[in-house]
Ligand binder design. Structure first.
Ligand code: B1M
Length: 211
């Protein structure tokens, strides 16, 4: 079992987009839970990619192709990961904040929220504050969900929350934040309504915010 998880990890680390789906399927076939394939196989591989980048062994192109391989595997794993048939529980506007191009974690959060019955509008990456404000203006949005992966783009979360305040919309929506460099303390500092460290806890948080 550990061996097949290792093979999923190796596909990402060796940028093997042709084999990743097959390895994910093999892992599922031997009874490994989809969440385990995700956490111990795919996310663990991306953490290793980050370490190799920090150590000067990988550069941006390697991070990019590893990310593409992860996305291929994630799309394949999606139907196994998400719950289905849940009733609509509210609209969420999701995006990676301005200056930040990382989207794998955000996509995962969006996927899990949809699976839990939220109606998700994914604005994408590098989203300026005014796009979030516009999207909330469109109506009936319950949650604005902000993702950031860089310490340098975390302040864009505060700018987005301030822009919602300036537009008189802050009282109408809950704001949740997440991403690897974030902490609960930072979420409080920028006056978000909540922070989640991973996609499954993002679902729990979103549910509690609309309860
Ligand atoms: Co970048 N990058 N990157 N990168 N990259 C990191 C984030 C880094 C930690 C790598 C490292 O040095 N170890 C580092 C940031 C350092 C810092 O700020 N402290 C870094 C850097 C420096 C950079 C560049 C500046 C590199 C350069 O150009 N010199 C550059 C910046 C570009 C930009 O954004 N302006 C850059 C570029 C890139 C690529 C484009 C090549 C690529 C992204 C491709 C893509 O996303 N389409 C990339 C990648 C792949 C990474 C790493 C290796 C992997 C990220 C990832 O996808 N992880 C990353 C190292 C790492 O994180 N270990 C790194 C898997 C994903 C499932 O996890 O996104 O954390 P994550 O999401 C999690 C949680 O964080 C949480 O749930 C998810 C699932 O559990 N979560 C939320 C995320 N959003 C949430 C929102 C929520 C709730 C939970 O509520 C709303």
């Amino acid at each position: 079992m550990a061996n097949i998880i290792q093979q999923v990890r190796d596909c990402i680390l060796s940028f093997d987009r042709d084999s990743i789906n097959e390895k994910v399927q093999e892992a599922l076939d031997v009874g490994i839970a989809p969440q385990e394939v995700l956490n111990d196989g795919m996310i663990a591989a991306m953490d290793e990619v980050g370490r190799l980048f920090e150590g000067g062994e990988f550069f941006v192109p390697e991070m990019l192709v590893a990310a593409r391989t992860m996305r291929t595997g994630l799309a394949f794993l999606k139907p196994h990961l998400v719950e289905s048939g849940a009733e609509s529980v509210g609209k969420v506007v999701l995006g990676t904040v301005k200056g930040d191009l990382h989207d794998i974690g955000k996509n995962l959060v969006g996927m899990m929220l949809e699976g839990a019955g939220f109606e998700v509008t994914d604005l994408g990456v590098d989203i300026p504050t005014e796009r979030f404000v516009e999207a909330v203006h469109v109506g009936d949005v319950k949650i604005v969900a902000l993702s950031a992966l860089l310490t340098t783009t975390m302040p864009s979360m505060k700018s987005t929350i301030d822009a919602l305040k300036d537009a008189g919309l802050r009282g109408n929506v809950k704001v949740m934040v997440g991403g690897a460099p974030l902490t609960d303390a930072y979420a409080k500092e920028v006056e978000a309504d909540g922070y989640a460290p991973d996609a499954s806890r993002a679902v729990k948080l979103a549910r509690s915010l609309v309860a």
